[in-house]
Write a protein of this length. Structure first.
Length: 365
């Protein structure tokens, strides 16, 4: 096209404006807030930018506006299905906005989280979503000093940095044990892996429920710092059985472990739930598809991600939420792995559900 270029060969915003037939200010407004322009002008500027190969300079824009249009998201795992659901909610809620999502994986390390927070904040994000409430002292100080909205997700606590959305892992574990007590179980084991802070709070909830019932026994607890897996669940359950063969139920810190316990029971011809009841945590899809179906604590992961992103974007736009801390609660979903034969055959009155899945809600904080 023979258009004049800067010495670096980069396309300038003025060239985009000239091709689109708008002022440079209007073109700049398109890249900051496209909704502020008419459909016709948006189409012309977008077409011109595409034709010229123009890419806005986010660093320069951050210097001018004191922030980018990037939302940083720090999560501990990119492969864990729990966080996949959260991310799906975040992306769905941010779609159509002018904000882009930038992910980082802390790998369950608070020191890695601290390093990534320092990197993110140096890039002047529009907002940050961080996982959990157990930041280092330095991370906490950086978040409190950040000049952007902050959203903590996956749990709730007494001292939010800014906004917070999640549920009580401690209360959820207590509810799971209460369900097992309701089924007449007394020797309830605990199986946990990785033992990050949220799993630790589930263990604390289990321990409190067992102590309140006068049934706590340290020998019923088997944990490891090893990353969780289905195979590990079977191995930990085998260790628990070798130590305490008279257990009548197992509460697993997540669903992968629960599935491993189920497989180990099948290998040993242990009848479920007649001899052993099993309860997992998170209620991933396979819990309703297993044979027998597996009871689990359902957590609202997609809603957590979508609501967190929506609240954060509103806060970035100056619309602070009336309730900065939002407890989404949890639900214990009763299935065949923990129900008595009477319950398994007939859901409680007024609660119809497909016979193949046989879900029954027992707790909705």
């Amino acid at each position: 096209m023979g258009r004049k270029r800067t010495k670096s060969g980069k396309i300038r915003l003025a060239e985009v404006a000239e091709l689109a037939g708008v002022s440079p200010i209007t073109a700049s407004r398109f890249f900051r807030n496209p909704e502020a322009l008419s459909v016709a002008k948006r189409t012309r500027v977008e077409s011109a930018a595409r034709e010229l190969g123009y890419v806005p300079n986010l660093a320069a824009r951050a210097l001018a506006s004191q922030r980018t249009e990037v939302i940083g998201v720090l999560i501990p795992s990119l492969t864990n299905n729990v966080f996949s659901d959260v991310l799906r909610g975040i992306y769905d809620a941010s779609e159509g906005s002018r904000y882009s999502i930038q992910l980082s994986n802390t790998r369950y390390s608070i020191l890695q989280e601290e390093k990534l927070l320092r990197l993110f904040l140096a890039q002047k994000p529009a907002g940050l979503i961080v996982t959990g409430i157990d930041q280092t002292t330095e991370s906490r100080a950086m978040l409190e000093a950040a000049e952007c909205p902050i959203m903590q997700i996956m749990e709730i606590g007494p001292n939010p940095v800014d906004m917070m959305i999640g549920f009580s892992h401690y209360d959820a574990a207590r509810a799971a044990i209460a369900h097992l007590f309701d089924q007449g179980r007394h020797r309830v084991g605990f199986v946990g892996a990785r033992m990050d802070p949220r799993v630790q709070r589930r263990l604390d909830g289990y321990g409190a429920a067992m102590k309140d019932a006068g049934l706590f026994d340290q020998r019923l607890i088997v944990t490891t710092a090893t990353p969780t897996s289905v195979t590990l669940g079977g191995a930990l359950f085998a260790d628990l059985l070798a130590r305490e063969p008279d257990i009548d139920a197992v509460f697993c810190a997540n669903d992968d472990l629960a599935l491993g316990v189920l497989f180990e029971c099948r290998r040993r011809d242990i009848a479920i739930p007649d001899q052993i009841a099993i309860v997992g945590f998170n209620d991933l899809e396979f819990m309703a598809a297993s044979v027998p179906t597996l009871t689990s604590v359902r957590t609202n992961r997609y809603e957590m991600g979508s609501t967190a992103a929506a609240m954060l974007i509103e806060a970035i736009e100056g619309k602070r939420p009336e309730r900065p801390v939002l407890d989404l609660g949890f639900t214990v979903i009763e299935r065949q792995s923990s129900q008595t034969q009477r319950q398994a055959a007939s859901p409680r009155a007024g609660e119809w559900m497909p016979a193949a899945q046989n879900d029954s809600v027992t707790n909705e904080p």
